[in-house]
Design a protein. Structure first.
Ligand code: PDD
Length: 280
């Protein structure tokens, strides 16, 4: 495998950044994940726009033009012979002797990796439906920025794994679901309305989420962009999560309790189908 590190392509096994990199010491950096279908990047523009926003919000200089970055992503995919999978990009505030305040005139660090994903495995899980758990959301107040500061997300995902679940839905102090540890969360409520939390409210504006909102509208599915509680999720007709890495994944149980009949519902199944059609 090959990784891109600050201007060069290196064997993945030995690719490193410096011990004083601010990504390593302060989680002072941002990232993006694109899915790759048949060697093509899904929604390059959408992720690029969000990357630029994340960098601007944190005042990290934009390291290169969108065109240059696209070339690097494509070259990384090519060198790794990825047909279907993901490409990961991380930009940090660079390498400088440890000091909390920003360094002066330090170029950002840029790394890119990619890996193949077995689409058949995801299809099999989506057909069966995945398990979900819930945990308090203990993150900071700027979850709209896609930073590499993911420790609460790591703890949430680990809690899910230890309970044999696929994803952990994080819950605010009002009992409302914010999002999954690495996904946006959705329900089809008791009235048949598609619900997902609005993005004013301290969650990541998922690129897949935006795509699904459009597709749902085109499918004539009634939408209600507003938070839902854990109780509403447990009583819902359907629960599912979305992300570049999992597309649309039906959640058929929550904290051990079955959602509806415990099988993937028609809305999630249809949205997964049309999402995959348009992404390809
Ligand atoms: N995660 N919410 C969180 C907290 C996320 O980390 C992600 C993506 C999403 C979905 O965003 P998108 O649809 O743009 O992928 C929502 C990526 C895939 C990850 O951390 O690997």
């Amino acid at each position: 495998r090959i990784a891109y590190v600050n201007g060069t392509y290196q064997p993945h096994s030995g690719a490193t950044v410096h011990i004083e990199d601010r990504g390593f010491q302060f989680a002072d950096g941002v990232y993006e994940v694109w899915s790759v279908f048949d060697g093509k990047l899904a929604d390059f523009e959408g992720h690029m726009t969000r990357l630029a926003r994340s960098l601007t919000e944190l005042r990290i200089p934009i390291p290169m033009t969108a065109q240059a970055l696209e070339r690097v992503l494509k070259e990384t995919i090519r060198r790794n012979r990825v047909r279907n999978g993901i490409v990961y990009l991380q930009v940090t505030r660079g390498t400088s002797p440890r000091d909390h305040a920003f360094p002066q005139d330090t170029p950002p660090s840029v790394i890119v990796t990619s890996k193949t994903i077995d689409l058949a495995k995801g299809e099999a899980l989506a057909a069966k439906g995945a398990a979900g758990v819930t945990m308090p959301d203990i993150r900071w107040g700027r979850c709209d920025i896609k930073t590499v500061g993911l420790l609460p997300n790591v703890l949430a995902k680990q809690a899910a794994r230890e309970k044999g679940a696929y994803e952990c839905l994080m819950v605010d102090e009002m009992g409302l679901v914010t999002e999954g540890s690495s996904t946006n969360a959705w329900i089809v409520d008791e009235d048949g309305k598609l619900r997902t939390r609005d993005t004013q409210a301290n969650i990541l504006r998922g690129i897949t989420r935006t795509a699904i909102l459009k597709l749902a509208e085109a499918e004539g599915i009634e939408l209600d962009e507003r938070p839902f509680s854990v109780d509403e999720a447990k009583r819902a007709r359907e629960v599912f999560v979305t992300a570049a890495s999992s597309f649309v994944m039906p959640i058929v149980s929550l904290d051990g309790a079955k959602i509806a009949d415990g099988k993937p519902g028609p809305v999630a199944t249809r949205l997964r189908e049309v999402y995959l059609e348009q992404a390809r």
